[in-house]
Design a protein around this ligand. Structure first.
Ligand code: SF4
Ligand code: SF4
Length: 613
């Protein structure tokens, strides 16, 4: 039976994740091409396209990084294909170069860029607000706050993109990506190609003289799109009164909740902004003139707020504008409690006591930890045995960052995807200290390669460990160019990492399985004695991937044969989460133990036995 997201007819309601709703919205828009680099909170979107591909008529690919995804998608949109390109917010940094020019030359087939922002850094290295990118590049922005809107706005973003031949940004945040709600379907038209490509180098080849002509074109289109924003059904006014609220994106949901409460009902006139760039300035000016004071509620940076202040000044509107401050910070996600506090403040009312379901105090922290039996743990153990605190550890983006805490302590600094090689090389040059850099296979293909080439060229002195776990583990086991098996079967064009590393000019390359302690320790010792860039490829599939996709099941597990100092050492220094300590005894939880057999190689009092179940 076909997946519900592929239901041809409209009319029915389905309970969907925000990210699933985006997929449906793109299908309703007749998407013909989808490219991506996976990253939380966007990953379910491309993963769903990947799953649906066999029964659909669009083309889908996982690209090696976000820049490539946007370039591939940009090419497809030039060829007339309605195109969706997905990434998380920091991915847009990688894709920024083609993005700026794509807005100049345009995307005749229609192109929607999903930027999944992560206020609160749930799974990211920063909480940048990509609405700034939209303004920098000149992309209209839609900001959904429900699953239904995620679907409708995706479809309508395509329509706007095709109407103007310009790329459009769909900016989500973690909460809307993962919200679940009812979504009413419209009909599926099937992939709908736009106009065929007609050669026009004076539009599509932005040599300086062309770029100078295209910039005013872009500004003209933005003016026209502002008119679309004035009429947009996503920019609407509700309620009446002299106290105004202008809310955008996910913040609209918090405002709606509070505005419905007993103490607030009927007190506010609310302008909801779903299309937040270009702003509907005429509508906003009318709104500002109709109220005495306005509270701006937006997550992230005060982008709308600053635009309102400028607009009020320009139009000579005398109004009190409040927004970011004590209650509504620039940090993290909002909650109903914060928004309520801000709304009661503008009402001049005392904040009512909060209900009993509010959690008192901060929730207990859950430290970052590698899974039981993760081969990164074995590798880190061997590296620390060899170098201890003598080396500085340059980390990268991926599961291996989870080795940050003691006892592994294998991440001393990190900048961004692919930075471990180059930042490590720079650190080594500047400090003369030994540096061990870690990178995963997917991240290596993403942007580690260029750093490696440069490191060899500039004779950086580092040991680079490529933790090749045969998948892109942290974002949900997406394939990358180096893997042999994907969830859809064999990869006939597997790229050989060792051959690439050698091709980049690295002469000293050793491959070892991190589960083999002796071989790994020997390789580290051999390589650390050598000058320049040397590479250890630590190859072992992620245990979750091995179990779920490769169907590997290890029949043996570890158990503590004797309670000795060596076992307590093993718990203290390896700290596999399958270990636990009870009444002074160290034990191993059979259900957590994956049978990687590593602890037995470093502690003689731990032995193997058959799994009982
Ligand atoms: S064999 Fe040892 S190290 Fe491996 S998962 Fe089991 S307890 Fe952990
Ligand atoms: S998901 Fe895989 S690679 Fe990531 S920590 Fe767990 S076992 Fe290791």
């Amino acid at each position: 039976m076909a997946h519900p997201l592929l239901t041809k007819e409209g009319g029915d309601k389905h309970l969907l994740l925000g990210n699933e709703a985006i997929v449906r919205g793109a299908l309703e828009a007749g998407v013909a091409f989808v490219s991506c680099y996976p990253g939380t909170p966007s990953s379910e979107v491309p993963d769903m396209f990947y799953r649906l591909m066999p029964d659909s008529d669009y083309y889908f690919e996982y690209s090696s990084n976000e820049k490539v995804a946007l370039e591939v998608g940009g090419g497809a949109a030039l060829a007339g294909a309605p195109t969706l390109v997905t990434m998380k917010h920091v991915g847009v940094n990688v894709a920024a170069d083609p993005l700026m020019t794509l807005a100049y030359i345009g995307t005749p087939g229609g192109l929607v860029l999903l930027s999944a922002d992560d206020p609160g850094c749930h799974s990211s290295q920063n909480e940048q607000d990509n609405r700034y990118y939209a303004r920098l590049a000149g992309l209209p922005v839609f900001e959904p706050c429900t699953a239904q809107e995620a679907k409708d706005m995706t479809r309508d973003a395509f329509a706007l993109s095709r109407e103007f031949g310009q790329p459009v940004m769909l900016r989500t945040t973690t909460r809307v990506a993962h919200v679940r709600g009812p979504v009413q379907f419209s009909e599926l038209p099937g992939a709908k190609f736009g106009p065929a490509f007609e050669k026009a180098p004076l539009r599509f080849v932005p040599i300086p003289v062309v770029a100078r002509m295209r910039h005013p074109e872009l500004l003209k289109k933005l003016d026209a799109m502002q008119e679309a924003s004035e009429k947009s059904p996503y920019n609407t006014v509700k309620g009446r009164g002299k106290i105004g609220i202008i809310a955008s994106g996910m913040a609209r949901a918090y405002v709606a909740d509070v505005a419905d409460e007993k103490g607030c009902k009927g007190e506010f006139k609310v302008l909801n902004l779903g299309m937040t760039f270009p702003l509907p300035e005429k509508k906003i000016a009318r709104f500002l003139k109709s109220v005495d004071t306005v509270l701006v509620v937006e997550e992230g940076e005060p982008i709308v707020e600053q635009a309102l202040r400028a607009l009020a000044q320009e139009k000579g509107i005398d109004i009190k504008i409040t927004g970011k401050g004590k209650d509504l910070t620039r940090l993290g996600e909002f909650s109903t409690a914060e928004v309520r506090a801000a709304m009661y403040r503008v009402l001049g009312k005392r904040l009512p006591k909060t209900g009993s379901c509010v959690v008192e105090g901060p929730l207990p922290m859950r430290p970052p930890n590698l899974c039981a039996g993760c081969s990164h743990r074995s590798l880190y153990y061997a590296v620390r045995k060899a170098y201890g605190d003598e080396a500085v550890y340059s980390s990268d983006i991926g599961c291996y960052t989870l080795g940050i805490l003691p006892p592994l302590s294998c991440a001393d600094f990190l900048l961004c995807m692919g930075s471990s090689v180059s930042a490590g090389g720079g650190f080594a040059k500047a400090s003369g200290k030994p540096v061990v850099a870690f990178i995963g296979d997917s991240t290596f293909f993403h942007s580690g390669l260029t750093g490696l080439v440069s490191g060899v060229f500039n004779n950086h002195d580092i040991l680079l460990v490529i933790l090749d776990n045969r998948t892109t583990a942290m974002t949900g086991h997406q394939p990358n160019p180096g893997v042999s098996t994907t969830i859809h079967g064999d990869n006939p064009c597997q790229v050989d990492i060792e051959a690439i590393v050698r091709g980049c000019g690295v002469c000293n390359v050793v491959k070892a399985s991190p589960y083999n302690y002796k071989a790994t320790a020997k390789a580290i010792e051999e390589l650390r004695a050598l000058p320049g860039v040397k590479v250890l490829i630590a190859e072992e599939p992620c245990v979750l991937f091995a179990k779920r996709t490769l169907r590997q099941h290890k029949p043996m597990v570890a158990y503590v044969a004797e309670q000795t100092e060596a076992v307590r050492d093993c718990l203290a220094n390896l700290a596999c989460p399958a270990f636990y300590s009870e009444q002074g005894r160290v034990e191993i939880n059979e259900h957590q133990c994956t049978g990687c057999m590593f602890c037995m190689q470093v502690c003689k009092d731990i032995k193997a036995r058959k799994r009982s179940a």
